[in-house]
Design a protein around this ligand. Structure first.
Ligand code: ZN
Length: 202
């Protein structure tokens, strides 16, 4: 990706004609061992955007997922609505999480996802000053059984980025994270798409 003197791009989909989509999991609250087993067997690539308050009870949970080749990226320290924060507060949220993730997982994140998808110009400036190369949003978000679409045609499009979360039965009305993920992958393949690795494209 080209990096110039401007602020990092905001990316919700990747320009491509291939029938590929990208899967991302956010926050990190749910730590279901069965999800690790499942993703180890399926070998579907995904990107994790992790928030310190959600993962600090068990940083180690995410290490086997990372060892499968799935990168860990930045989703702030405490998950605030950045639009209501000053630039220096935003920088603290983003840069401190960069340092923590590097210390815990050994690699410095390149990509940033603002909580709730909320951002302003200060977010881009802050993210850049923390060394981040792109702000990643999404086109679809995975709910318990089906996807929520931003476009009126309610279909996946080539290059779409899909948002999902580390959520468990208490937040999914009894559905487990592995069931939700199975529903997600079934819907992707039902629409004729395969899952590609986001970091190969951005
Ligand atoms: Zn989040």
């Amino acid at each position: 990706m080209k990096t110039g003197t401007g602020t990092p791009p905001v990316v919700s989909d990747i320009p491509t004609k291939e029938k590929i989509v990208f899967v991302t999991f956010d926050d990190g609250a749910e730590k279901d061992p069965k999800f690790v087993t499942m993703m180890g067997e399926l070998k579907i690539p995904f990107t994790m955007f992790l928030t310190d308050v959600s993962i600090r009870s068990d940083y180690d949970y995410f290490k086997p997922l990372q060892e499968l080749g799935n990168p860990i990226m930045n989703h702030t320290l405490t998950h605030p609505n950045l639009r209501t924060e000053s630039e220096s507060a935003q920088r603290h949220e983003i840069c401190t999480q960069q340092t923590k993730l590097k210390a815990e997982y050994g690699t410095t994140p390149r990509l940033f996802r603002p909580p709730y998808g909320n951002l302003n110009e200060a977010t881009k400036t802050a993210a850049k000053s923390c060394g981040l190369q792109a702000l990643i949003l999404w086109r679809e978000s995975m709910q318990i059984k089906g996807m929520q679409y931003q476009r009126a045609d309610k279909k996946l499009h080539p290059g779409d980025i899909i948002l999902a979360h580390f959520r468990g039965p208490s937040e999914l009305k009894g559905t487990s994270m592995t069931e939700m993920t199975a529903n997600l992958l079934r819907e992707i393949s039902h629409q004729g798409f395969t899952v590609a690795r986001l970091e190969d494209y951005v």
